[in-house]
Design a protein. Structure first.
Ligand SMILES: [Zn+2]
Length: 92
């Protein structure tokens, strides 16, 4: 894998890390954070397909070795919805 390339935990696609959502288990607080923080990280394509697959199999918890609450998945799906909405707005 090239430097700064990461792998999606759902579809195993590799891409530059900025193309992915990053979910982090913070070292210091042991809590789950999105986008920033130092700690064990999981990467996910910003696609509903990958999000759903990850949620179904609870992949984030497995990769991060910590329980990931439903809220994290919900926050990400909200983000996806917001993006879809703004995209359709720009098209009109
Ligand atoms: Zn993916």
């Amino acid at each position: 894998m090239e430097p700064n390339y990461r792998r999606c935990i759902s579809c195993r696609r590799t891409a530059p890390k900025q193309e992915f959502w990053r979910v982090v288990r913070s070292h210091s607080s042991n809590t789950i954070a999105l986008d920033q923080g130092m700690g064990r990280s999981a990467y996910l394509c910003p696609r509903s397909q990958c999000l759903k697959a990850a949620q179904k199999k609870d992949r984030l918890s497995r990769v991060l070795k910590a329980p990931v609450s439903k809220q994290v998945y919900e926050t990400l799906s909200q983000r996806l919805l917001a993006e879809t909405t703004s995209l359709s707005k720009t098209q009109h």
